[in-house]
Ligand binder design. Structure first.
Ligand SMILES: Cc1cn([C@H]2C[C@H](O)[C@@H](COP(=O)(O)OP(=O)(O)O[C@H]3O[C@H](C)C(=O)[C@H](O)[C@H]3O)O2)c(=O)[nH]c1=O
Length: 182
């Protein structure tokens, strides 16, 4: 399992070792000791799966402390453009994003730490996204920023995305109170 640094400090692109044979393939997707080797010492406490149609955008979401979530994202089926946005006001990369393709072809995973918003667009007919979270869902502390915020300038690779009503009405960064940021 290789941990590759990205343009955003602490956001990791993780590439599992793949063992292929005539049956198919095997890969380990998580090892506490490898996370610890990369300074990621915490316990994942909740796993999620979302299934989305082609052209869906989910996000950009995050939770505020004390329920801020680090996420290990993988795609057992399909293909997404996965996006992490730095929401830490004092960070040198505040408002910057890192985007990468996660798919059942490349088997890549992304670790998105606390302080970052997460979202993805679906590029295959359907995508199953499985992700581990290091804190529980907390609706009261959930926040989000609009997917097409010009301040973020994210190319989601989809036209006229399918969005939840909640996501359609998320604020622009410029409209957000500093207490809703990190
Ligand atoms: C996130 C979550 C949701 N729910 C319930 C609440 C709603 O009744 C339903 C759908 O929730 P929502 O529309 O917020 O789901 P997504 O738009 O996929 O939200 C996720 O999208 C981005 C990509 C994320 O990284 C977050 O994990 C999360 O915000 O599931 C739960 O019961 N537990 C949960 O942890």
């Amino acid at each position: 399992m290789k941990f590759e640094e990205t343009s955003l400090q602490h956001v990791w692109l993780i590439k599992p070792d793949r063992f292929k044979d005539e049956r198919g393939e095997f890969l380990e997707t998580f090892r506490v000791e490898l996370f610890k080797d990369h300074g990621l010492e915490f316990e994942f406490v909740q796993d999620n799966i979302s299934v989305s149609k082609k052209g869906t955008v989910r996000g950009l979401h995050y939770q505020l402390p004390p329920a801020s979530q680090g996420k290990l994202v993988m795609v057992p089926k399909g293909k997404i453009l996965d996006v992490a946005v730095d929401m830490r006001q004092n960070s040198q990369t505040f408002k910057q994003h890192y985007a990468t393709i996660l798919s059942s072809e490349n088997r890549h995973m992304m670790f998105i730490p606390t302080g970052f918003a997460h979202g993805f667009s679906v590029l295959s007919d359907e995508a199953t996204v499985y992700y581990k979270c290091n804190d529980y869902y907390n609706k009261k502390l959930e926040r989000g920023v609009k997917w097409d915020d010009p301040d973020l300038n994210i190319d989601w690779k989809v036209e006229a995305p399918i969005l939840s009503e909640k996501d359609k009405n998320l604020p622009l960064l410029s409209e957000m109170d500093e207490h809703d940021l990190f």
